[in-house]
Design a binder for this molecule. Structure first.
Ligand SMILES: Cc1cc2nc3c(=O)[nH]c(=O)nc-3n(C[C@H](O)[C@H](O)[C@H](O)COP(=O)(O)OP(=O)(O)OC[C@H]3O[C@@H](n4cnc5c(N)ncnc54)[C@H](O)[C@@H]3O)c2cc1C
Length: 416
């Protein structure tokens, strides 16, 4: 969709929102808004993604616990539907199309403009990693952190990572976060745990000139409530831009090692909070336990209340207040490894099925309509109706294979 703007910088600011073309990259929106001391509130981990692309999924990251996914931070959309109609829609105007398009996998039309909420941009970030050897303490602390309101002492960004059976030299070394001595200490910690798994809370506290003097004290107050392994706190101060654009640094490192443009058999799942420990035991420590591929595993909770059920995006159907996103973001460096990682993904899904873990795929991929029906669950009939209304010829985003093409009469067949 990058050609949609014909090379124009379609990013226009107002005091509390930015109007951005669907083809614009989030990193360009960040640059443009920061010039005015403003920024969107919700981000993905990687910013070289288009507005239309992430809004067609959800757009999740460490700010989602507080602000919801990116789709919950949009005031208005322009959409060109499958019937060729150009519609401006919002929560108040043509709301069926607005909610359908958000998380809508491009099924109802092309998002040509999004009006995205802005806030005053922080200047600096205290970036923190806390190591855990126990998944129970890790998840309990994550859930405590995401329960905090902006007015309380807490973090502004909360994510988490799982390191399985790693020597801890290759992963963290590619980021400048850990020193050589830190890596040795972490390797020691990993070898002490029976499973070899260690967990990191990755968190961030925003500040600027006025709040800088109190950031140490605020951090101490938060850390005092947590149960990470004593002494395993790692911090770093960076600008807000550096923090948000951090995966770009990884990208450069991986590209130079020729391991960026390789197959990524990623599997992202939303797992109900009540089953996250079963998932950890069965999938992370079980099915993937012996693994050591390039890549990472993300695991962090989000608050259901920040998601809008009318949107097409799907969350676990269990009705719990909190669910986890688990991203198996692994790379395959050979055809054999690709096959193995794909097999493991299938085993992880089969495990959830067998154990009755009602998870949902994020960034889903199904090859049959039956799979999609199950994915959308109770939303399916509404989605099918909206598809019929806004894209009856099924010409939009056909690559998702959600709706088959309506049968076309054979050449020469008379039609009425
Ligand atoms: C390195 C990397 C890191 C990522 N990290 C995150 C993350 O932290 N959080 C997260 O939520 N996601 C993340 N993603 C996934 C990302 O949100 C999706 O892959 C998204 O689709 C990417 O947008 P894109 O601009 O590359 O989309 P494209 O690949 O261009 O499009 C993907 C699909 O989105 C739809 N689409 C795209 N543009 C439009 C439009 N204008 N109107 C209607 N439909 C449209 C179409 O169905 C299209 O097939 C990551 C992806 C990568 C590659």
């Amino acid at each position: 969709m990058r050609t949609l703007g014909r090379g124009h910088h379609r990013i226009n600011l107002s005091t509390d929102y930015v109007d951005a073309g669907g083809e614009q990259l989030w990193v360009d929106i960040l640059r443009a808004t920061l010039k005015h001391g403003l920024a969107p509130r919700a981000w993905t981990d990687y910013l070289q993604l288009t507005v239309g692309g992430t809004l067609s999924n959800a757009g999740i990251g460490g700010q989602a616990f507080r602000h919801g996914p990116q789709i919950a931070n949009v005031h208005e959309l322009d959409v060109v539907t499958g019937t060729g109609e150009m519609v401006t829609c919002s929560r108040h105007k043509r709301k069926d199309l607005f909610f359908a398009a958000l998380g809508g996998l491009g099924q109802f039309g092309i998002i040509t403009r999004a009006r995205i909420a802005l806030e005053s941009a922080p200047k600096q970030v205290r970036w923190v990693r806390l190591a855990y050897s126990d998944v129970v303490a890790f998840t309990r602390d994550q859930e405590l952190l995401i329960s905090k309101h902006a007015s309380e002492a807490g973090f502004d960004y909360v994510e988490g990572q799982v390191q399985l059976n790693r020597t801890l030299t290759e992963g963290p070394k590619s980021t400048p976060f850990f020193s050589e001595a830190d890596i040795n200490r972490l390797a020691g910690l990993a070898s002490e745990t029976g499973s070899g798994a260690i967990y990191f809370i990755e968190a961030a506290m925003y500040y600027d000139e006025t709040t800088a003097p109190s950031v140490n004290q605020k951090l101490e107050m938060v850390l005092a409530q947590l149960s990470f392994v004593p002494g395993f706190v790692f911090t770093k101060d960076v600008t807000y831009f550096q923090f948000l654009d951090r995966v770009r640094v990884e990208e450069v490192v991986l590209r130079s090692a020729d391991v960026w443009d390789v197959p990524h058999p990623w599997l992202n799942l939303f797992v109900p909070r009540s089953r996250i420990l079963d998932f950890d035991a069965g999938v992370l420590k079980g099915i993937l336990g012996g693994d050591n591929p390039v890549g990472l595993i993300l695991m962090y909770p989000m608050n259901m209340a920040k998601w809008t059920s009318q949107m097409t995006a799907v969350t676990p159907p269990t009705g719990e207040d909190v669910f986890y996103t688990v991203g198996l973001l692994r790379s395959a460096l050979s055809p054999d490894e690709l096959e193995r990682l794909q097999r493991e993904n299938q085993s992880a899904l089969a495990f959830c099925d067998k154990e009755g873990i009602e998870c949902k795929q994020y960034l889903p991929h199904y090859t049959s309509q039956d799979g999609w029906r199950r994915h959308f669950g109770a939303k399916w009939s509404n989605i099918a109706q909206l598809k019929n209304k806004y894209d009856p010829h099924a010409i939009m985003s056909r690559g998702q294979r959600i709706f088959p093409l309506p049968s076309v009469p054979a050449a020469g067949t008379a039609t009425t």
